[in-house]
Ligand binder design. Structure first.
Ligand SMILES: [Mg+2]
Length: 275
């Protein structure tokens, strides 16, 4: 059972637990400490290429033990959103297994003609043919959804264009902007909270970006911890009109006991579903 004196934790993955495939010092120990304390946690990623099982295996290879049930991707959030909006619909997908599996699992059918939605996700194999088909379907009336707005992402070979850049190409061609589900959309945080049966006021968001993790955590009603092991440098923090609740050099410097108890009202405060 969860320790009711400790908050639940949402953790961004890249820049907090890992850099690409390499564990950040202290990440494995932090996850272990959460488990020992009975803290409910969920690892979040805007990356929609992989399934949670794939990501769990990749984290395990980096020495970090996170079960697939404790991983929440923008692909899962997108599937949850579509299931809520238009259950058992149809989609034309430009993306990888992480996205197609999530959509199949909520009862969506993948089609190449007259879909309810064109759903764009992350892939390393964008084809001109696939993008052209997506553009034609949107022009014919399909709704346009994208898993995440990130314009670029890191790789071992340097920066790569990501979903947001390809979405911009499709938008330029069609005049239609997508609805982005992943961070900083709070839908991503709310669906993760729902998946772990937690409430925002009892949950801390730990991330490495002010413009996604911290702002989305804040807007979803959570306390936020910024770690400086990823995208945002300490000197940049003051430039933002909002502040994290806590700043740490890295996850190694975050003590789960410092995340504290839920604010006044206790652990059951969110039970009414007020968030
Ligand atoms: Mg990150």
């Amino acid at each position: 059972m969860a320790d009711t004196t400790t908050c639940n934790v949402l953790l961004d993955m890249d820049g907090v637990l890992v850099h690409e495939e390499h564990a950040i010092d202290g990440a494995a120990a932090f996850i272990e400490a959460l488990r020992e304390r009975g803290v409910r946690f969920m690892v979040l990623t805007n990356n929609s290429i992989y399934t949670p099982r794939d990501l769990s295996a990749r984290l395990a290879r980096s020495g970090i033990d996170v079960h697939e049930e404790c991983i929440w991707t923008s692909a899962l959030a997108t599937a949850r959103f579509l299931d809520d909006q238009r259950p058992r619909g149809t989609a034309h997908v430009v993306g990888e297994a992480g996205l197609t599996t999530a959509l199949h699992d909520i009862g969506y059918v993948m089609v190449d003609t007259d879909p309810d939605y064109v759903v764009l996700g992350e892939t390393r194999n964008y084809s001109f043919t696939a993008i052209t088909r997506a553009i034609q379907l949107i022009n014919d009336g399909a709704r346009f959804i994208a898993t995440n707005p990130d314009p670029s992402g890191p790789s071992r070979d340097g920066m790569l264009p990501a979903t947001g850049s390809v979405a911009a190409l499709i938008t330029k061609a069609t005049g239609v902007a997508p609805y982005f589900v992943g961070k900083p959309n709070t839908l991503m945080m709310r669906s993760a909270l729902n998946a772990m049966d937690a409430h925002s006021e009892d949950t801390v968001m730990i991330g490495d970006r002010m413009d996604t993790d911290v702002v989305a955590g804040l807007e979803a009603g959570m306390r936020t911890v910024l770690v400086l092991s990823g995208s945002t440098a300490r000197a940049e923090v003051d430039r933002f009109p909002y502040r994290p609740w806590m700043i740490a050099d890295s996850i190694a410097d975050v003590d789960p006991s410092d995340l504290g108890a839920p604010p006044a009202g206790g652990a059951g405060r969110g039970a009414s579903g007020a968030d």
